[in-house]
Ligand binder design. Structure first.
Ligand code: TYD
Length: 215
């Protein structure tokens, strides 16, 4: 008799600019999916594995000018490659659900739309690094950019990392990019992050309910 076949888990990425309440919502989402009887792995980008966390320090620390856009994009792709190969793919194959705080769409928005690289180039790096793997669902939490900036500043005690500290125009380009992904790609859903946390959670659950149904 062969080994029992385990159904592949689902992969959800959570995106959105700084200060939109991602951590709270990720915890709520994980609790809900767990209640449905699935094992959930929570992870984040850049990071998630030892190698990718080392790259994270290179990416988020240091001066604003530390990396030029192409080198930065390559480093994010390298971190993601390790993350996918060593953590995300094995977890999905064993039937776990994976929720990642950010994934490829952050590279498309920040290194692409924000820093001027083309979407095709970002996706080529992703193809090389992570065989172009895409989430089953991507939830983009959105908040008015000024409100989000105030929340992020309060959280980070006005000490933004080298990407958070970029201009308002940069962050607005990032936001516009996420909206355009949702317009073109059904897996990407925009979720209003304003109001009480449980209201936001309810909106998120609506956007993943179909994934919980048996295939
Ligand atoms: P983090 O401290 O995790 O911030 P946040 O709470 O906003 O997610 O920092 C991650 C930063 O890295 C964030 O500013 C977005 C940026 N980033 C990219 O520019 N490209 C990427 O591919 C990823 C995954 C993140």
């Amino acid at each position: 008799m062969g080994a029992p076949v385990t159904a592949r888990g689902r992969f959800i990425s959570i995106e959105g600019g700084e200060g939109v309440g991602k951590s709270t919502q990720i915890a709520a989402l994980a609790a809900f999916i767990t209640q449905h009887g699935f094992e959930v792995l929570l992870t984040r980008e850049p990071g998630g594995t030892e190698g990718a966390e080392t790259i994270r320090q290179l990416l988020l620390g240091g001066s604003a000018e530390r990396w030029m856009p192409r080198a930065e994009a390559l480093l994010f792709a390298a971190a993601r490659s390790d993350h996918v190969d060593r953590l995300i793919e094995p977890a999905l194959a064993s039937g776990k659900w994976v929720i990642s705080d950010r994934f490829i769409d952050s590279s498309r928005a920040y290194q692409g739309a924000g820093s001027g690289l083309s979407d095709a180039d970002i996706m080529t790096l992703h193809q090389i690094g992570s065989h172009g793997m895409l989430p089953d669902r991507t939830l983009v939490l959105r908040l008015d950019t000024k409100e989000a900036a105030n929340r992020a500043a309060a959280r980070d005690q006005n000490q933004p990392d080298r990407i958070q500290g970029r201009t308002e125009t940069f962050h607005s380009d990032v936001d516009i990019a996420f909206v355009s992904f949702a317009e073109c790609e059904p897996r990407v859903r925009l979720v209003d992050a304003s109001g009480a946390a449980d209201e936001v959670t309810a909106r998120l659950l609506t956007e993943i309910s179909d994934l919980l149904e048996p295939a």
